[in-house]
Design a protein around this ligand. Structure first.
Ligand code: FRU
Length: 490
């Protein structure tokens, strides 16, 4: 028996989801079955399939009482929708089922751990960590013993109610660990760690890391994992203030450093934004069976949620999954290698670009475009590529060697909203080459710079018939360009 709330959601999505034509969704980025999506949740492998859940409000294209939507995939690019799994229907989560994680238990069950937001009282709702369990990977039953973690097990110093976003993984010794975020009394976030022998009974291992106000205020959606001989802590800080490396608003943060097992604390050595684009928040990662650390995120941002595709019946996308590495403290992200079989019909150019030009065959809205520039070999003033172009609209990416900045600009993309549409990041050629890998998937543009040492992710709602690409070069620059069309194999 499922609750009325979950049944309502499933009935609604069964009716509306299939009405959305395939062409009105991206080719390989996950969107909500219908309505609203924010954070990716419960990213895990279960019964040989990748499972990805998401913060979901099916009934409207805006945030509402949070449910969890569900999709499964074999390659992280072709997704099949399954019915919504949880809805706000018990006292502990009556105001919403917030973000969390999932893991396969020793006994073969799939365990979801999520944040239940309790009844609203005097403008405050207490957040606790709750469970839902499945034996088949599609029906999830809430645990009778919910909540399994509440604020009484937290160390002193918290505000007593903001406590959420458990990310769970299995340890080598067979136990389970989760990291959560909690708001301290001073308004800044901290990451608190818990361990459980079985996934059901949890004890607090203390504070892993805390924000002293350097990176925004409250942190959301933590993740913590070893990678290439170091440890990585990711979080999404709220209320960031702009400085020379971070933008204001809801940001994203990657800290690398050491994990001191004895004290259970993380000692950060480097910090960097995970993604310097406008639309990126709430990362979540897994370690795949072949040992790859793969991360994805909500390709949107709380500060830009009024920017939607007006004719589309969904809102919110998940980034392309990215393989992660750390090299000299720098986070390297590359689109998962599963994307390669989707590439076909390469078009290749090797030539000096100058003035305003188009290149026959270089166009499209579902493409993987590789550009290598050698800006130091000539007198280049600016290099600009415009894409998603028709007679009236375009989006641009412009490199200025004098300032060493790469600027994304979608203000001429047809948007009717006044919000952040321009974003620059400081970048320079590596060994004389500036490399850009631009993934276009109908409603988004992700730019992997210099082999993924920086990434900029953006959504885009220009009519998909706008497929033009043109180059605008002040001065000249030697370039190598390869474009692949992407298409699904089914
Ligand atoms: C992050 C977040 C989480 C919360 C969820 C609610 O985007 O605010 O902290 O669990 O979204 O939808």
């Amino acid at each position: 028996m499922i609750s009325q709330a979950l049944s309502n959601a499933r009935t609604y999505e069964e009716e509306k989801g299939p009405q959305i034509p395939k062409e009105q969704r991206p080719l390989f980025h996950l969107t909500p079955f219908v309505g609203w999506m924010n954070d990716p949740n419960g990213f895990s492998v279960y019964n040989g399939m990748y499972h990805l859940f998401y913060q979901y409000y099916p009934f409207e294209k805006k945030w509402g009482p949070m449910h969890w939507g569900h999709a499964v995939s074999k390659d992280l690019l072709h997704w099949d929708y399954l019915p919504a799994v949880i809805a706000p229907d018990i006292t502990e989560d009556i105001s919403g089922c917030f973000s969390g994680g999932a893991v396969e238990l020793e006994d073969g069950k799939h365990l979801v751990i999520y944040t239940g937001v309790g009844p609203m009282k005097d403008g405050i709702a207490v957040q606790t960590q709750c469970l839902a369990i499945s034996e088949n990977g599609s029906d999830y039953v809430k645990y009778a013993g919910n909540p399994v973690i509440d604020h009484t097990s937290l160390p002193d110093g918290g505000n007593g109610y903001d406590f959420r976003d458990p990310k769970i993984w299995k340890e080598a010794d067979g136990s389970y660990t989760c990291v959560t975020v909690e708001k301290k009394a001073d308004g800044n976030g901290r990451v608190v760690r818990f361990n459980s022998p079985d996934g059901y009974s949890w004890s607090c291992l203390g504070v892993l890391a805390e924000n002293d106000g350097t990176f925004g205020k409250m942190w959301e959606c933590p993740d913590f994992f070893p990678l290439d001989g170091t440890y990585v802590l990711m979080a999404s800080p709220m209320d960031m203030e702009k400085n020379d490396r971070y933008y204001s608003g809801n940001g994203n943060l990657c800290l690398t450093g050491d994990f001191d097992e004895a004290s259970g604390t993380f000692i950060p050595h480097t910090d960097q934004p995970v993604d310097c684009g406008i639309d990126f928040y709430a990362t979540q990662s897994i370690c795949t069976e072949d040992g790859r650390r793969i991360m994805l995120a909500w390709m949107q941002n709380w500060d830009t949620i009024t920017f939607t595709g007006e004719s589309l019946d969904w809102m919110g996308q998940i980034t392309v999954p990215r393989e992660l590495h750390i090299s000299d403290g720098v986070l390297i992200q590359t689109p998962i290698r599963e994307l390669e079989p989707l590439r076909h019909d390469p078009v290749h150019y090797e030539q000096v670009l100058s003035g305003d030009m188009t290149l026959p065959g270089i166009q499209g809205r579902t493409i993987d475009l590789l550009i290598e520039l050698r800006p130091d070999e000539t007198d280049l003033k600016t290099f600009e590529i415009r894409f998603a172009e028709d007679g009236k609209h375009y989006t641009s990416l412009k490199y200025r060697p004098d300032e060493k900045t790469l600027t994304f600009d979608r203000s001429s993309s047809g948007t009717t909203r006044n919000l952040a549409h321009i974003r620059s990041c400081h970048t320079e050629p590596v060994k004389g080459v500036l490399s850009l890998r631009i993934l276009l998937d109908r409603f988004s543009c992700e730019v992997f710079i210099n082999g993924g040492r920086q990434v900029m992710s953006h959504v885009l709602y220009t009519d998909t018939a706008a497929e033009g690409i043109s180059f605008h070069v002040n001065g000249c620059v030697p370039a190598e360009i390869t474009k692949y069309d992407l298409s699904s194999q089914d």
